[in-house]
Design a protein around this ligand. Structure first.
Ligand code: GLU
Length: 282
């Protein structure tokens, strides 16, 4: 049996709030109670939204909360070579294709197709660039048009066969076909899905504990694990804390940050007590 290893993997796009504290504490306590280890990973590939000061702030806030982790912290922005090696393996399997669509074009295509809202984003990529004529595709690439790399999910599932993954709350979950997801963005040759799958493998994560907002993403991660020949961790998608109006806590909606709680005189023990409210324990 491998050593129980959990992680907290925030994106430094703002200050942490109580919802983050809950998630981090669940992961940390889960590992500690099983004599395992806890890892902090900073998911900072989105250069437009991530800021170094939020990375330092979250390290400071989690330390104040009493969390400790295995050093050094892995910063995704420093690991692009690992993602590019994984992308090469997938490219050699013939399951990737370049996508030139802009977000606006995709939204127009989705609206024109009368697609009912579904998928993790509320819509599914209609596959426009999947069937692009090969010479047109090459011509656009040679002319320097920006493109992302998408996973041809149907082709990938034909390679792997049916898949499933285990969730602590839901039991065995069969992989359902999401739309063709982006594995390498136009601005950086990786994406959340690719980076998180590679990192969970490299860091030996045995249990992924994260919010239920990422439940749908796990289908993609399971598919990537199968294509890349990586072990599948167990998952636990916990429910999300909500505010008085039932809205998920989010900085943009004015969720109180851990920093404000601390400055307001709260102790780490008080935050822990709050975080425990509504949780079923580990
Ligand atoms: N970086 C993601 C976020 O902050 C979490 C990724 C994960 O836990 O898999 O929402």
């Amino acid at each position: 049996m491998s050593l129980v290893t959990t992680r907290f993997a925030p994106s430094p796009t703002g200050l942490l709030h109580l919802g983050h504290a809950c998630s981090a504490l669940l992961s940390f306590d889960f590992a500690c109670r099983r004599g395992g280890r806890f890892i902090l990973r900073i998911e900072d590939i989105d250069a437009g939204r991530c800021r170094a000061e939020f990375s330092s702030a979250l390290v400071e806030d989690l330390t104040w909360l009493g969390l400790t982790w295995r050093e050094p912290i892995r910063y995704q922005s420093e690991c692009l070579g690992d993602y590019s090696s994984a992308l090469d393996i997938l490219a050699n399997q013939g399951v990737l294709y370049p996508c030139f669509c802009t977000r606006r074009e995709i939204m127009e295509q989705v609206a024109a197709s009368g697609q009912a809202p579904h998928g993790a984003d509320g819509w599914v990529y209609p596959g426009t660039c999947r069937s692009l004529d090969a010479s047109l595709r090459l011509g656009r690439m040679v002319s320097g048009a920006a493109y992302a790399l998408r996973l041809d999910v149907a082709k990938a599932l034909a390679v792997t066969g049916p898949l499933r993954w285990y969730d602590k709350s839901q039991g065995w979950v069969p992989v359902v076909l999401p739309g063709d997801v982006v594995l390498a963005r136009k601005d950086i040759m990786t994406s959340y899905h690719l980076a998180v799958t590679v990192d969970d493998h490299i860091q030996g994560i045995t249990h992924v504990i994260r919010g239920e907002d990422l439940f749908a993403a796990t289908h993609v991660h399971r598919l990537l694990q199968a294509l890349l020949g990586l072990a599948t961790p167990e998952y636990w998608h916990h429910h999300l804390l909500v505010d008085g109006q039932g809205r998920r806590l989010a900085k943009r909606d004015g969720a109180v940050s851990l920093r404000q709680m601390r400055q307001g005189g709260m102790t780490p023990e008080m935050v822990r007590r709050l975080a425990r409210c509504g949780w079923d324990g580990v």
